[in-house]
Design a protein around this ligand. Structure first.
Ligand code: KMH
Ligand code: ZN
Length: 273
């Protein structure tokens, strides 16, 4: 099996300092946190940005500051969020693509998101996919429910998504697909050949889903976007602490951890510009 690509999702759009006081918010804090996660084995940083009030923003200028601060510190692959915060317009969500990051997220369907709706109608998905292709940005297809995998297959059939496609199974969002072994196996069995996949288990599901993915040949996402605890009753001190544990599991299971450049070659990315 290949080495494990660890993605760190350090901040997200919804997590607050009330959830975990160690949450990084400013571009410099995010860059410092990502740097520590990189030292611990993260190869991809899934980024969201926050404004001066700590609220989610898709302002390219805020992303730019975080991306530059990260690039001054390390060679981690930067993946911007095109999901943003529930309720944002498509234009707002796509704005960070102007920065031509190496990767960006592409959610291929709508899903109830707690008491809200994370809306991704088909025309928006196609528009985002085309924008990514035009800008040379590799999509990470975010799958919150199994229909989203089917839509990605349709997009591949139509040539709107080109192989090798990389998937992220986000399991355990209230309203989305539950984080169970059976569901993870079901999704992996439905992947097109040549695809790569990672899993992001939400909350207490983060660790068991990570361990399963390492055992199954997949990759892993961890971080405060998805989970703020290290273990029951104990908040994580940093995103790096969560990354370190996955790196240990990957080592114990004989896979080891991919560097950013190893991940670039496994995902079919070019060299960073
Ligand atoms: N904040 C969620 C509504 C993504 O980054 O693409 C969407 C999300 C997915 O976080
Ligand atoms: Zn996200």
């Amino acid at each position: 099996m290949s080495k494990v690509i660890i993605t760190v999702a350090p901040v997200g759009a919804e997590t607050t300092r009330g959830d975990n006081p160690n949450l990084p918010l400013t571009p410099e804090e995010i860059a410092e946190d990502v740097h520590l996660a990189w030292k611990s084995g993260a190869a991809i940083a899934h980024l969201h940005a926050r404004d001066s009030n700590g609220e989610g923003t898709q302002e390219p200028e805020v992303y730019r500051r975080a991306m530059e601060a990260i690039r001054r510190r390390c060679d981690i692959i930067i993946q911007v969020s095109c999901g943003g915060t529930v309720g944002m317009t498509a234009e707002e969500r796509a704005a960070p693509l102007s920065l031509k990051p190496e990767m960006a997220t592409l959610t291929t369907g709508s899903v109830n998101f707690g008491e809200e709706v994370f809306a991704n109608p088909y025309p928006l998905i196609v528009e985002f996919a085309k924008m990514m292709t035009e800008r040379g940005v590799k999509p990470e297809v975010e799958v919150f429910d199994s229909g989203m995998l089917q839509t990605a297959l349709v997009l591949m059939d139509k040539g709107i998504l080109s192989p090798p496609v990389h998937f992220d199974f986000v399991l355990g969002v209230p309203g989305g697909m539950a984080a169970t072994p059976r569901n993870l196996v079901h999704l992996v069995e439905g992947l097109p050949s040549g695809a790569t996949w990672t899993v992001a288990g939400i909350g207490r599901h983060e660790l068991p889903m990570a361990a399963m993915a390492v055992a199954m040949g997949g990759h892993v996402r961890v971080g405060f976007e998805d989970n703020v605890y290290y273990e029951k009753g104990r908040l994580a001190e940093s995103n790096a602490e969560l990354v370190e544990r996955v790196a240990r599991i990957a080592g114990e299971l004989g896979r080891g951890v991919a560097t950013p450049n190893e991940a670039r070659s496994m995902l079919g990315l070019g060299s960073p510009s």
